[in-house]
Design a protein around this ligand. Structure first.
Ligand code: WT7
Length: 670
């Protein structure tokens, strides 16, 4: 069924800053088409700008067959060398690599802890930790480790130390629960875990090591734990022979110890990062080293227009791919100064990001629509208090950006003059694929668009049969040719890799997003076409939440859907069928929510729980989440021929109507 889409914005803006690179969309299309003629030589030219220990023999190889691709085959390199040694040797030895600000503040709101690590500082610490991992814990190329840390410099230090040895790391977001941590450590078969005693969040201490202890009860592959003392908790449980304090194992390591960076094959995995899918356990997305470095180099130049004096402020958490690519590896690869902030955006006040940007003179801001919408609600004054005139370029990421949020940031932070785009990519793509490229050519901005695909990236919008749709028609986003930085596979599950991404449309990478292309060739990503929801930009499979719910003894069946939310973009609501003997109650709602929060994490908090006696199902017994979603979002039901029992839809409707009536009543009382 083809849906024509009325795009919300008509304006085209050439921003004052960077207008010397202005080109019209037609001209950009020519540049782009040219790049696609021979993607191998195109990407090889980018790759030449990096330093390889051994040059590649072949740019792109399908091995053993498509869709398993290897980039720069025969080439050898090291990500820790490229981000550190190369900069230390290349004149940036005492340039600041990382500016870190801890969350705690004094009474006037000034940060109590700021650390600035030069490239040389970072190089030394990474070498020392690599020495410890290699010589004290016997880790070697191809081993896997877990990293579960707050946003402190030791987190990138751990990533880079692993990379130095060719040890594959998996970072687990520090907001995840013991169960989520254990699942990931088990799947990755991590031999060692690097963590901290705790971290700060909105003024509270989060006791990370307690979570680790609980996780490790179920993670037998983890033999050792290195614990960094971040908070200084004095009642941390240390298991003898298993757990070691970071400062103790590092104490006798000489400050200038040098560990040879392992020259890994281009396709050697740099890291695994778990992300939600539509079914089953999270997928371990595997990224290579060579292709990933090449895509980061290209996107840092084209999308962020990286320059020597830039202060790069990406507000993400390193627990997600955005932080991996655009706080750690991308900016350091370019020898830039990257800002790392430990805490929450509204602590102690909703101007924390602006205070940070002003304090260090940030030039680039990379942030999220949810972050912008959250801060908008506190009013303009919090922004206006700060001098943000150093900012010369902005982008957002993670979910579609709405007109209000775009205009707010464009006006208040961008002073209506700096390039500001919405970069599309995914954990799987490794780096940005669809975006304005102000560092290369500046096509007119259209608020809310993702812009055209990057050179070398063959993106398209297709219908159910995989045929391109005309401009203005909604379809599925696909990438038609491999690109450097793409996932190698799903860890230990190559079949799932093929099935998830390459089977819906054979020969094309299926992203799972709805999109529209406009007459200028710009892409507008509209949201997920599958059962993945995006809560505050974080990716959750409705399946994960349902699995958590049915672990509660009261729950017989559950269906979770995403509903629109003015700040978080989407939030999950659950429809639950109770087992015999259980009665609906507010108390039970709270309990169910706690179960989800405990098993999946606080980001999965349900906005509401509705009790029903049946759920809409197909005749084969599959829950028709699509219908539930249509009810709660007020959309037409569409095709219901496979529905087994129409009364189930009526029940879902009734539960939702009652809820709406309740809200109206509450509004009336106010
Ligand atoms: C999904 C991937 C890539 C870093 C953060 C998210 C959505 C991402 C945009 C954007 C509209 C976007 C898509 C995509 N998405 N960026 N600029 N405009 N939607 O990574 O958690 O792997 O999620 O995020 O739905 O498929 P992720």
């Amino acid at each position: 069924m083809s849906v024509t889409w009325a795009l919300p914005f008509k304006e085209k803006i050439i921003p004052e800053v960077g207008k010397e690179r202005a080109v019209d969309p037609e001209e950009y299309r020519r540049i782009h088409a040219e790049s696609l003629k021979d993607i191998e030589s195109f990407w090889a030219n980018v790759a030449k700008e990096l330093e390889w220990f051994k040059p590649w023999d072949k740019v792109l190889v399908a091995d053993p067959q498509p869709p398993f691709y290897k980039w720069f085959v025969g080439g050898r390199l090291n990500a820790s060398y490229l981000t550190l040694d190369r900069n230390v040797k290349g004149g940036r030895k005492n340039k600041v690599a990382i500016i870190w600000e801890g969350e705690p503040v004094d009474q006037s709101g000034n940060p109590l802890e700021v650390r600035k690590l030069t490239y040389y500082d970072l190089w030394r610490e990474v070498n020392r930790l690599a020495y410890v991992l290699k010589n004290k814990f016997g880790l070697k190329k191809g081993d896997t480790i877990g990293i579960y840390m707050p946003m402190i410099p030791e987190l990138p230090i751990a990533m880079l130390a692993a990379a130095r040895l060719g040890v594959i790391f998996t970072v687990v977001f520090s907001g995840f629960t013991a169960q989520a941590l254990a699942d990931r450590l088990n799947d990755a078969e991590a031999k060692l875990l690097i963590t901290a005693d705790g971290g700060y969040r909105r003024g509270r201490v989060i006791r990370l090591k307690d979570v680790v202890d609980k996780a490790l009860e179920q993670s037998p592959t983890v033999k050792n734990v290195i614990v960094y003392r971040r908070v200084g908790l004095n009642d941390v449980n240390m298991v003898r022979g298993r757990d070691y304090w970071w400062h103790e194992v590092m104490a006798d390591v000489p400050p200038n110890v040098y560990v040879e960076p392992e020259p890994v094959e281009s396709e050697h995995p740099l890291y695994i990062l778990y992300t939600s899918g539509t079914t089953g356990k999270p997928k371990g997305i595997v990224h290579d080293t060579g292709g990933y470095m090449v895509l980061l180099h290209a996107t840092m130049k084209w999308v962020f227009d990286a320059r020597e004096d830039d202060i790069h402020f990406c507000t993400a958490d390193i627990g997600w791919v955005t932080g991996h690519s655009y706080i750690v590896f991308g900016p350091l690869l370019e020898g830039m100064t990257t800002i790392m902030f430990e805490g929450a955006l509204d602590y102690p006040n909703p101007d924390r990001w602006w205070a940070i940007a002003e304090r260090y003179g940030a030039t680039i801001l990379y942030t999220t629509p949810t972050g912008i919408r959250t801060l908008m609600r506190f009013g303009d004054e919090w922004v206006k208090k700060h001098d943000l005139s150093t900012i010369r370029l902005m982008h957002s990421v993670g979910e579609p950006i709405n007109p209000e949020a775009w205009r707010w940031l464009w006006k208040l932070v961008g002073r209506e003059r700096v390039p500001f785009g919405s970069t599309w990519w995914m954990t799987e793509t490794g780096g940005i694929l669809i975006s304005h490229v102000p560092g290369l050519a500046l096509v007119p901005l259209k608020p809310g668009t993702n812009g055209p695909p990057l050179p070398g990236v063959d993106a398209d919008v297709v219908d159910d049969n995989g045929n391109p749709v005309p401009p203005g028609t909604r379809g599925y986003l696909v990438i038609k040719k491999p690109w450097p930085g793409m996932l190698l596979t799903i860890w230990k599950d190559p079949d799932r890799y093929v099935k998830t991404y390459w089977s819906k449309f054979p020969g094309m990478f299926y992203a799972g997003d709805y999109a529209v292309k406009d007459e200028d060739g710009y892409f507008w990503i509209l949201g997920r076409a599958d059962e993945v929801i995006k809560v505050a930009g974080h990716r959750l499979g409705t399946y994960e939440l349902e699995s958590a719910l049915i672990q509660h003894p009261a729950v017989a069946e559950a269906a979770v859907v995403g509903v629109p939310d003015p700040v978080k973009g989407e939030v999950p609501v659950a429809y639950v069928v109770l087992r015999q003997g259980y009665q609906p109650s507010e108390e039970l709602k709270r309990e169910l929510n706690n179960t989800v929060r405990e098993l999946v994490g606080p980001i999965a908090t349900l906005a509401n729980v509705f009790f029903v006696t049946k759920l809409p199902k197909t005749r084969s017994g599959k829950i028709m989440r699509r219908l539930v979603k249509a009810v709660v979002t007020g959309q037409p039901l569409g095709d219901v021929t496979t529905l087994e029992d129409e009364a189930s839809v009526e029940e879902v409707k009734r539960a939702y109507e009652e809820f709406k009536a309740e809200i109206e009543k509450l509004k009336g009382q106010q």
